[in-house]
Design a protein around this ligand. Structure first.
Ligand code: NDP
Length: 288
């Protein structure tokens, strides 16, 4: 069994992005983070993304709004950022308050600056396999982990568990796309005989949000397991009172696998790295 080191692969990608950014001077890729309210997880995610952008030599700006911001005010900000030629990437951090419907907000961002890849246009471009598609960062990270670990995907049976728009569906599209060429099944909460379906997989992508959901009996010997899940489970021995576990029962499943990602330290670090890559690519495509 080989452990896929997401931290190391993410560092490799960030080093490549940084080297490329340095060649673009005087252009500096510029990403703007838009945060509404003070959700502690959002505060921490955005600050991590800002810090990483600075580390790779990009400019990061922050637009902060109170929870009470109106849709009109938020959209006026997004329209101004869309029109600003010095801005290459825009990311509106979810979750948003109820009066700001996420799809509508994501679609207000110019598709060419939508570095999160949540815009309807980018999802369409992804399905059409167009070169200017911006893929959502987490599923794009899943594919990079596979490629950079030397996992053969062409012709292999991949089962994605989860059909969300931010992970499961785009992961399945990317696995299916030319160049990756897997034979893909998407499973979800209504899937019948789930264990049987998952047992057919050469590659399992678990994006469910349930701790230790994928058990050893669901995994074919030699399978590759990518665990996207990030779940907090109570742990009195930790200062925070919890620890992070994935959607896969790592201890039991790992001995059966050819490759597996740990949680933490697997897919998690890839998400921010791919955001930087998406921003760089947006700046390159903008040509300014
Ligand atoms: P969602 O809750 O949006 O989707 C979960 C999916 O799992 C749904 O499609 C759901 O099916 C399916 N599911 C739930 N229960 C079952 C079940 N019993 N059997 C089969 N399928 C089931 O979650 P996300 O996609 O947003 O996230 C998934 C996990 O990935 C979470 O742990 C999240 O924290 C993590 N995550 C990690 C990221 C990272 O950076 N590493 C980034 C984003 C998410 P149905 O559609 O039928 O309800």
């Amino acid at each position: 069994m080989q452990l896929i080191d997401g931290n190391a692969i993410a560092q490799q990608i960030l080093a490549e992005v940084k080297a490329k950014v340095a060649t673009l001077a005087p252009v500096v890729p510029h990403v703007v983070f838009v945060r509404v309210g003070e959700d502690p997880a959002s505060v921490s995610y955005v600050s991590k993304k800002e810090k990483t952008a600075a580390e790779v030599g990009m400019k990061a700006s922050l637009k902060l709004f109170p929870e009470s911001v109106s849709k009109e005010e938020l959209f006026a900000c997004l329209d101004a950022l869309n029109a600003d030629a010095s801005v290459h990437g825009i990311l509106v951090q979810a979750p948003l308050p109820k009066h700001l419907p996420e799809t509508e907000v994501f679609n207000r961002v110019s598709p060419d600056k939508d570095v999160d890849g949540f815009n309807t246009i980018n999802i369409g471009r992804l399905v059409q396999e167009l070169p200017n598609a911006i893929a959502a960062c987490t599923p794009a990270g899943v594919i990079e982990l596979l490629k950079r670990s030397g996992v053969k995907t062409a012709g292999k049976r991949a089962v994605v568990i989860g059909r969300s728009l931010i992970v499961g569906k785009p992961a399945a599209v990317l696995l299916l796309s030319k160049g990756t060429d897997a034979t893909v099944t998407i499973a979800h909460s209504r899937t019948e005989n789930l264990a049987e379906v998952v047992r057919e997989a050469d590659i399992i992508v678990a994006a469910i949000g349930k701790p230790k959901f994928v058990t050893a009996d669901m995994v074919k010997p030699g399978a590759v397991v990518i665990d996207v899940g990030i779940n907090r489970v109570p742990d009195a021995t930790k200062k925070a009172g919890f620890r992070l576990v994935g959607d896969v029962d790592f201890e039991a499943v790992a001995p059966k696998c050819s490759f597996i990602t740990p949680v933490p330290g697997g897919v998690g670090p890839m998400t921010v790295a791919m955001l930087m890559k998406n921003t760089l690519d947006a700046a390159l495509r903008a040509g300014r």
